[in-house]
Every structure is written in C-alpha cells, then in structure tokens.
Design a binder for this molecule. Structure first.
Ligand code: FE2
Length: 358
C-alpha cells in the first residue's frame, strides 16, 4: 500500500503524550479492526483476564500475520512510534516501531499481564527477575516473551536495522509506573495514565460501555462528598495562610541561626533526588509523634514548642500540610521550605547523595 493510501486508512488521532519519547500513530480503519478481531477471536475470549500464555499466542500470531499491520508501520528516528491495533474488555494490542538508540525506560504495566513478539529486527529486554536481580534477554524476529502483573522491564532496540513488535496487555493498560535504576535497586518514580477506554479510536460497543461506566463512577465519587468538604487546593491554601514560608536562601540563614531542617521525604525519593547535609530525617508518618513535646515517642532535643522547625519535602506541598499540623500541636515556630528540596538544589545550596544504609 502506498503512503497516500495509508493516510486514508489511518483514522482518528490518538492521545499525543502517552509517554515522553513516544509518538502515536492513528487508529486503524473499521475494516482492519474487523480483520484483527477475527484473528483474535480464535485466540482469546473478549472478556476476563487473559493469562500470559494467551497473550503470547496473540502477539506471536499477529506478528506472523503481516498483512494486518505491515503497511501501517512508521519508523521514526527521533521517537518510538506506536499504533493501537485493538482493544476489548479483555486486552489491548499495540504495534510498535523501534530505531537505533530507542528504549522504553524502566516501567511496569499497572497490574496488567503482557506479552510482546518481535516481528522484524531485534529487541533487548532488561527485566527484574525474582529476588530483584536484574537480567536481560535478546529477542530476534519470531521470538516473544510473556509476563505477569508484577513484571518491570526496560525494552530497547537491539541494534542493526529497524525493529517492529506486537504488544498485548490484559486487562487493557490504564497506567504505567516508571522506575529509576539505583544502587538500591529499581525505585518507583512516576505513574503515568495511559489512554482512556475510548482512546482516540472512536470505536463503539464495549469501549463505549466502559467509558460510560468510568464517567458514572467519577460522578458518584464526587457526589458522595459531604457538603463543604474542602478540596486539597483549599486545604493547602488554608495551611499556607498561617505560615511564613521560607525560600531556600532564607531557610539556610535560619538554619545558620539555629533552625532545624526536617526532611520528610520517603527513602525512595531521597535516593533518587539526594539529601541536604545536616537535615534531620523524620518520616511523614511519624512526624507528629516525634515532635509533640507530650509524646512518648518524641525526640527530646527537637520536641519543643519554641523550636524553629523547617519542614522539607520534594516540591513544597506535603511539607506545608505537615508544618500546619505541627503548629496545631503547639510548635508555633514550625514552617516549611518553599519549593522543597528541588528549589534548594536549584538554588545551588549544598546537597549530597543519599547516605548508604550501611
Ligand atoms: Fe512494557
């Protein structure tokens, strides 16, 4: 098929930013969808959770049925390219193209099982094996892998020429969490929502029913809120109205004068972002118990009503709520670091890598 014929075949733009470094294609025509569904009908039920083995048979089989997708592939040297081929209540199927140097970054599949089969070229999959050990495997054309819901991997172009692969997930992908590889292992960094049930494909049937179900669930959730309950934005504004927050330079001056910087970020975040030398680390979940002068679990040197505590989180949101909570229990000098660790680092103030656990 020529490129002009392809552009007529490809319909309805996809959501543009499923993930950084990914470039979407277009939904496929109704005729093409039917042909793909006919192929899948023999391989997997339309509803229910599919096993990794069933997903593997879908990707392997579709990878061989080149007439269903080969004319749609676009190889883009700048970003990985993808095209949704199919979605039902039980699974979604995607066509991906890869060029030299392109990879996915470490990610999971939001609790979905999955499989991918290489149709052209080769891919290298690094993955987290049992017990957290990292392993890798190279897959050539015709080879496939399948995995359960806990799988975390980083898939990359395998070198030497363009690669094409077919991917299937069950239940259909709704979110993926990206990870950073550190000396401590893989640390979850960010969860990214994937296209909603309808995506941009304009399909009817099960997809429409799913979309309606999610919209009505969202309405129910917000209707159930008690009258006058503040949203998180109001809660934050209310907490900030009572605080004289400190920008990093002012915080450094206060620390020099005897204030204490309390880092409430979780270990995973400190590993990824780094630490401030001299900051006291107190987890958010125990903060009030450590700093309430009446608490048996207090840190005596810090749990004083006149102690100037500067709470720090990553970006200066959670720290505001934490500081407001400390003021309520009587630490009237408590405040927070405006902009959090990220503003401190951006201001060029001292940081260091997270300290080893020993
Ligand atoms: Fe993946």
């Amino acid at each position: 098929m020529s490129r002009s014929a392809i552009s007529q075949e490809q319909v309805s733009a996809q959501t543009p930013d499923a993930s950084a470094g990914l470039k979407p294609g277009w939904g496929v025509s109704p005729e093409r969808q039917q042909a793909i569904e006919a192929t899948l009908a023999n391989l997997a039920p339309h509803s229910g959770r599919l096993t990794p083995a069933q997903l593997r048979s879908i990707t392997t089989d579709l990878a061989k049925r080149r007439e269903l997708w080969s004319d749609l592939v676009v190889h883009d040297p700048d970003v990985r390219w993808y095209l949704p081929l199919h979605r039902s209540n039980s699974c979604d199927v995607w066509l991906l193209a890869w060029e030299r140097g392109q990879d996915t970054d470490w990610h999971d599949h939001g609790g979905s099982s999955g499989s991918f089969a290489v149709a052209d070229g080769s891919l290298v999959e690094q993955y987290r094996a049992p017990a957290g050990r990292l392993s890798h495997r190279r897959l050539g054309a015709g080879q496939a892998v399948a995995f359960g819901p806990g799988h975390v991997h980083d898939v990359a172009h395998g070198g030497q020429g363009s690669a094409t692969s077919i991917h299937a997930y069950s239940p259909p992908l709704t979110a993926m969490t990206y990870y950073t590889s550190t000396d401590y292992g893989l640390i979850a960094r960010q969860t990214v929502p994937i296209d909603g049930p309808e995506g941009g494909r304009g399909r009817g049937g099960a997809d429409t029913a799913l979309a309606k179900a999610s919209a009505s669930a969202a309405r129910l959730t917000s209707d159930a809120l008690p009258d006058g309950a503040p949203g998180i934005d109001e809660l934050l504004a209310e907490a900030r109205s009572g605080l004289r927050r400190l920008r990093p330079e002012a915080a450094l001056a206060a620390i020099t004068d005897g204030a204490v910087l309390v880092d409430i970020r979780p270990l995973e975040q400190r590993i990824v972002e780094g630490e401030v030398p001299g900051a006291i680390i107190i987890g958010r979940n125990v903060l009030e118990w450590r700093l309430d002068p009446r608490s048996e679990a207090r840190i005596p040197a810090l749990a004083r009503s006149d102690m100037e505590i500067i709470v720090m989180c990553s970006q200066g949101y959670a720290s505001t709520l934490a500081a407001a909570s400390l003021r309520r229990i009587g630490l009237t000098e408590a405040t927070d670091l405006d902009g959090g660790f990220q503003a401190w680092r951006a201001a060029g103030l001292p940081t260091r890598p997270a300290q080893s656990l020993g």
